[in-house]
Design a protein around this ligand. Structure first.
Ligand code: LM2
Ligand code: CA
Length: 494
């Protein structure tokens, strides 16, 4: 369950939050495939509650396992999966197995009624016996209060969401059928939502009943890729290593430490041995990110700490480090605009859903010639500094980190063997410019910086460097430049 089944040397996932399936299909063909992305995480695809104002988080309140959301119906989903696989891009579905809706009643996106008070979900069907009650959850209100208590965290409710009794074979069977349906359609795997709130043994039992991947798109006997949302920062919380035998885990310590460094709370020079030596899980067990659909609005982590699209310079630089460093499978968040207003430490608009027309239909993405997106779609995955670093990672391959240099503070540089080289400058005091003659590890030649520009018609449209016979070059990153880093690789050499 650890292998993402990327095609060729592709190695990065992007989360196209709330995108419509038809648009994702287009994007696989016109951009993700050609620019080397390995896969897409799609927002939950099964029927979910329709809530007032249509917040993004309604997709995390399942009503049934029918495939219909505002992103499209089953037929559109199938078409997308096929088109993306053909374009060399895998599809990973965000699966919400821990719970159903909150304590309200209403209609789901496929027309099924549900009642969270009586716990009736006829679309599955699930009834009250399929949920945890006082026999398994000891808290008075059935809510999780102590997240470190392993029983409570698994058997009680996560913010009011009706908690499924996955110890029941019937419940597991319904979930197995749902996942197998997706596998048969041709997805490559899953993001497992709220994993910490599910018993590892229940997940193990579910996974053991999964089909192998569709042979139309995958080698025979391939198992789905599964990455788990286990929010663990060390200490006495539920340790994410309870889940590493089930697949990968989203390593929240990666995001936390990197954000801390790029925010100027810890010198960049310390990153020299970043990874397991900092207490992170082994690279092969990890999926990593800088931003996520939750972090950006403070639904996990502390609001204002996370780096998102509103701090583009920092987001690009920290994402560049993630893509240059050889750790885990990186996921790039692709978001939409919302009017962030922070009051008393809370984002008043943390609920805002994707751009829609007046009937609530999600708007289509029609990118402009300069690669930017229309409407409120931010499309970070289309920013040159980011997609060029995706290529950088592909070219770096499994080459080791070499030629580490730092100024003892907030300037660093390193190469990936003899394939690629990056320098980052976030120096805040003294001489703020990075101006050094450094070992790049690269073969002699002229290289284009793929951050300030590109190699086009045998010319650099941005900065460039001359690497001499010994691999040395003059590296410059001014403190006042648009981007805080430069990157060179053997694919952009004149
Ligand atoms: C996750 N990972 O473990 C998702 O990444 C996260 O986005 C989900 O929460 C969460 N687990 C449950 O799947 C989001 C959102 C919550 C929202 C839930 C359910 O962050 O705020 O909760 O989805 O829609 C909402 C209300 C909350 C209410 C709850 C139940 O915000 O106030 O609690 O519904 O009605 C009474
Ligand atoms: Ca649970």
């Amino acid at each position: 369950y650890h292998n993402p089944h990327f095609i060729g040397n592709r190695c990065v996932i992007t989360h196209l939050m709330e995108w419509k399936y038809d648009d994702i299909g287009d994007e696989c063909e016109r951009f993700l495939g050609p620019y080397g992305y390995g896969g897409v995480q799609v927002s939950p695809v099964n029927e979910h509650a329709i809530l007032d104002r249509r917040p993004w988080y309604e997709r995390y309140q399942p009503v049934s396992y029918d495939l219909r959301t505002r992103s499209g119906d089953e037929q559109q989903f199938r078409r997308m999966v096929k088109r993306c696989n053909k374009a060399g891009v895998r599809i990973y579905v965000d699966i919400v197995l821990n719970h159903m809706t909150g304590g309200q009643s209403g209609q789901g996106t496929n027309g099924n009624h549900y009642n969270g008070i009586t716990m009736q979900y006829p679309g599955v069907p699930f009834g009250p016996n399929d949920f945890h009650g006082h026999e398994s959850c000891q808290t008075k209100d059935l809510e999780i209060h102590n997240y470190s208590d392993r029983n409570e965290a698994r058997n009680c409710r996560l913010s009011g969401l009706r908690d499924l009794k996955q110890q029941s074979e019937y419940v597991r069977k319904k979930q197995v059928d749902f996942l197998n349906h997706l596998i048969d359609i041709g997805v490559a795997g899953f993001r497992s939502d709220a994993s910490t709130h599910q018993w590892p043994d229940d997940l193990r039992s579910i996974y053991s009943q999964l089909h192998t991947l569709n042979k139309e798109f995958f080698p025979e006997n391939s198992h789905p890729f599964i990455y788990h949302e286990t929010i663990y920062y060390g200490g006495n919380g539920i340790n994410s290593n309870e889940y590493t035998s089930l697949g990968r885990i989203i390593e929240f310590r990666f995001y936390k430490e990197i954000t801390n460094v790029f925010r100027g709370n810890n010198q960049l020079r310390w990153l020299k041995n970043f990874g397991t030596e900092w207490g992170l899980v082994p690279s092969n067990d990890a999926l990593v990110m800088i931003d996520s659909h939750d972090l950006r609005v403070g639904h996990t982590g502390k609001l204002g700490f996370n780096i998102n699209c509103f701090e583009a310079r920092l987001l690009k630089a920290s994402t560049a480090f993630m893509l240059a460093w050889n750790y885990g499978i990186p996921r790039v968040m692709s978001s939409y605009f919302w009017n962030q207003i922070i009051r008393d430490g809370k984002d008043v608009n943390d609920w805002v859903g994707p751009p829609t027309d007046q009937h609530g239909n999600i708007l289509s993405v029609h990118p402009n010639a300069d690669l930017t997106c229309n409407h409120e779609w931010i499309c970070e995955h289309r920013w040159r500094q980011i997609y060029n670093m995706v290529r950088f990672k592909m070219i770096a391959g499994q080459e080791p980190v070499r030629n580490w240099w730092d100024n003892g503070d907030y300037q660093i540089a390193f190469s990936r063997g003899s394939h690629a080289f990056i320098a980052i400058n976030l120096q805040k005091n003294g001489d703020k410019n990075l101006r050094q003659r450094l070992h790049t590890g690269l073969p002699a030649g002229t290289y284009c910086d793929i951050i300030s520009g590109d190699l086009i018609h045998n010319k650099c449209t941005g900065k460039s460097i001359q690497v001499d016979k010994n691999g040395l070059a003059d590296i410059y990153v001014g403190h006042d430049e648009l981007d805080a880093f430069v990157a060179y690789h053997i694919g952009a050499r004149i």
